[in-house]
Design a protein around this ligand. Structure first.
Ligand SMILES: Nc1ncnc2c1ncn2[C@@H]1O[C@H](COP(=O)(O)OP(=O)(O)OP(=O)(O)O)[C@@H](O)[C@H]1O
Ligand SMILES: [Mg+2]
Length: 254
């Protein structure tokens, strides 16, 4: 086995040097953290499921013209992606009040928001990912005004598309976090969607029962965490039941 150069180890994934220049291998771990690393645990099988869920969602988004870093899945836990220069801003899109928004403003969880709300957080573990405004982002040079415009436009497209996709399988997309990066191709720079889209960074509630099917089960010790991730993959039609080739499309709920 050839040894690959490990580029970065984060809380949920490891990045390795890819086979060609400008590519990376993202390895999805079962490790879970919450509250900026204060709570740590393992969700058995999470890496396998998030690898597949992110592959599926990024592929669908790419089909509707949202540029992403995703190239192809390599195996159960790894995918090949384009290496990008990560913009150190997390973009959060919210449709329904939950988590820190409910806490900060005293709005009960589950309250539908009058319109989708976008928030920005500066990616910094030392500073605890503080919330920032557009002014901070452009003044400190984390992203330019045009980059921000692109990130917002893409985030809203992702929200519209994924809200519909999840509703079709009986799930409410309450909120989610995206990361973007800069990709250069022949002297031209494009902003593309990077990182992952999975129940680690989306809140997904069952439409009928409001049951949480995402990382909040881990954060709040609700139990049946593995099962929740599996249920999302099952409803998307991508749960590997009979091995990796056994992949169906989503089953729409009427
Ligand atoms: N295409 C890409 N090119 C370069 N870096 C990427 C790409 N996609 C994701 N990343 C970065 O890889 C890391 C993924 O690892 P992981 O999600 O475990 O990190 P993390 O512990 O959440 O840490 P961080 O605070 O840096 O996000 C993140 O830092 C993410 O920004
Ligand atoms: Mg991360």
């Amino acid at each position: 086995m050839t040894r690959r150069r490990r580029i970065y180890e984060g809380k949920a994934k490891v990045l390795f040097e890819g086979p060609e220049p400008g590519t990376l291998v993202q390895y999805f771990k079962d490790d879970a953290t919450a509250f900026n690393n204060q709570k740590k645990g393992v969700i058995t099988g999470k890496g396998v499921l998030n690898n597949r869920i992110s592959e599926y969602l990024m592929s669908r988004l790419s089909e509707i013209g949202v540029p992403t870093h995703f190239m192809r899945r390599l195996n159960m836990r790894e995918q090949l992606v384009r290496e990008v220069e990560i913009i150190p801003i997390e973009v959060v899109v919210r449709n329904v009040a939950a988590g820190s928004l409910s806490r900060r403003f005293g709005i009960p969880e589950g309250t539908p928001l009058p319109r989708s709300i976008i928030e920005y957080y500066y990616k910094s573990d030392e500073l605890n990912d503080p919330m920032v405004s557009e002014e901070h982002i452009t003044a400190f040079g984390w992203a330019g005004p045009q980059d921000l415009d692109d990130m917002v436009a893409l985030s809203l497209r992702v929200n519209d598309y994924l809200s519909g996709l999840f509703l079709g399988i009986g799930l409410k997309l309450v909120d989610f976090k995206l990361e973007f990066g800069r990709l250069w191709e022949n002297e031209e720079m494009r902003i593309v969607l990077a990182d992952e889209i999975s129940p680690d960074n989306c809140r997904l509630w069952d439409v009928k029962t409001n049951e949480k099917l995402d990382k909040d089960r881990f954060r709040q010790d609700l139990g049946r965490v593995e099962e929740a991730y599996q249920e999302v993959a099952r409803r998307l039609g991508i749960l590997p039941e009979g091995g990796p080739s056994d992949v169906k499309g989503p089953k729409t709920i009427q």
